[in-house]
Every structure is written in C-alpha cells, then in structure tokens.
Design a protein around this ligand. Structure first.
Ligand SMILES: N[C@@H](CCC(=O)N[C@@H](CS)C(=O)NCC(=O)O)C(=O)O
Length: 218
C-alpha cells in the first residue's frame, strides 16, 4: 500500500482551497495515506516551494515525482484505488465540465468574491456571469441526482468545492437562487462523511512538527 513502507507521500494543502479539497476528497476516497502539511498561503514553507516553485496548493510529493495540479492528484489517487468507481464517467462530458469550471467559472467566481474589497469589480455582474455555469449544472441536476448520471463520479467531486465557494459569497442570494437541484446536490456533498473527514482542522505545518497524517480516521 502506498504510504505504508517509508514512502509516505507528502501533501501540502490549504483547508479551504477548493483545488485542495477536490484533491483531498480523492485521496480520502482512495485511502491513500499522506503526511499532511497544512500551509498558510501568505507564508508558504520553503520545502513546498523547493518541490514546486509555482507556489499553489495542492502539491503531492512522491518519491519519484511531484504532482502540483489538483486534477493530477485526483487522477493519481484514483489510479491507486477507486472503490467508489468515480473514474467510470463519460470522459468528454466530464472534461468539458472541468474545463469550464477551472476556466471561466473560476475566473468570475474569484472576481465575485473579491468584489467586496475591490470597488472596480461589479459583484452582480460577476455573480451573474458565474451563474451561467451554475445554470448548466442545474440543467443536468434536474435530470439526474449527479452531474453525469445517477451516482457520484469524479466530475461531481472536482466541482462541488467551487460551487460551495460560490454559495458562500452571499448565502442569502444562494438560498433564493433558481438552482434548487444544485443546492440539494451541494448540500449532499457538504453533509457527506467523506467531506467531513477532508475538512478536519490542522494547524499550519512547521518543519520540526511531528507528522500529521491524512486522511484522518473515518
Ligand atoms: N491549477 C492549480 C490551481 C491551484 C490554486 O490556484 N490554488 C490556490 C489556492 S485555492 C493557490 O495555491 N494560490 C496561491 C496563492 O494564493 O498564493 C490546481 O489545479 O492545483
């Protein structure tokens, strides 16, 4: 088993980051044991920057390579073990959803979030632009309980942390937005035991600390 014999992968993570959440969800589903190093984005450990100079989380350091894209971490973890069969999904549909999530949706989501402290940004405009993507998810979720069918797959896991972030910007708007199925879908994910495990709190890592492991016991 990965992580069992002195080759425990190291996971640099930030609890609230949606990219890191999707990676942790896959690592937890696969029960891939990592040494968790929680970071502060404003004070990144030099060991992390030595592994991956671009300075984003998540980063997984393996004995022979470094994974510093969240989707690569998901794919690697689920390649080790995929007990929930998340990777059995319509590949092109899933890829299109992911591309538009990580591209235009995330772009407008960030601007929506930051509009509170940047008056050059128009919160309603950015929210409505981001909501174009949510409306696409809603159309799918009217048909099925999950984005690509009747059970959860990788696309659901990779996307819900971003929808969660969107929902959190203005909770009142979200509760009344015309996306009841997306709301239910998000609530199901946020209430799941796997998500709870992934959101376990850890203090920021310091080099002298005793190792902390992820996933925590479930
Ligand atoms: N394409 C990367 C994006 C990861 C990313 O942007 N993570 C954010 C946190 S949510 C980050 O680390 N930002 C660096 C910073 O804010 O300094 C991935 O999929 O892993």
């Amino acid at each position: 088993m990965i992580g069992a014999a002195g080759v425990t992968p190291i996971l640099y993570s930030f609890r609230r980051c949606p990219y890191a959440i999707r990676a942790r969800m896959a690592l937890a589903a696969a029960e891939v044991r990592c040494e968790l190093r929680e970071i502060l984005l404003r004070d990144k450990p030099s060991a992390m920057l030595e592994a991956s100079a671009k300075g984003t989380v998540p980063v997984v350091v393996l004995p022979d390579r470094v994974l510093d894209q969240s989707l690569d971490v998901m794919n690697w973890a689920l390649g080790e073990r995929d007990p929930l069969l998340w990777t059995e999904e319509p590949q092109e549909e899933a890829a299109a959803l992911l591309r538009d999530n990580d591209g235009p949706f995330k772009h407008h989501l960030d601007r929506y979030k930051y509009s509170a402290r940047d008056e050059t940004l128009d919160a309603h405009h950015e929210r409505d632009q981001a909501a174009v993507y949510i409306a696409r998810l809603e159309t799918r979720l009217v048909e099925h309980a999950y984005l690509t069918g009747d059970r959860a797959r990788r696309a659901d896991v990779a996307l819900f942390p971003f929808v969660r972030q969107f929902a959190g910007v203005d909770k009142d708007y979200w509760q009344h937005a015309p996306f009841p199925n997306t709301r239910r879908w998000l609530e199901r994910w946020c209430a799941s035991p796997l998500f709870e495990r992934c959101m376990h709190k850890s203090p920021p890592w310091r080099p002298d600390d005793e190792p902390v492991f992820f996933p925590p016991p479930g």
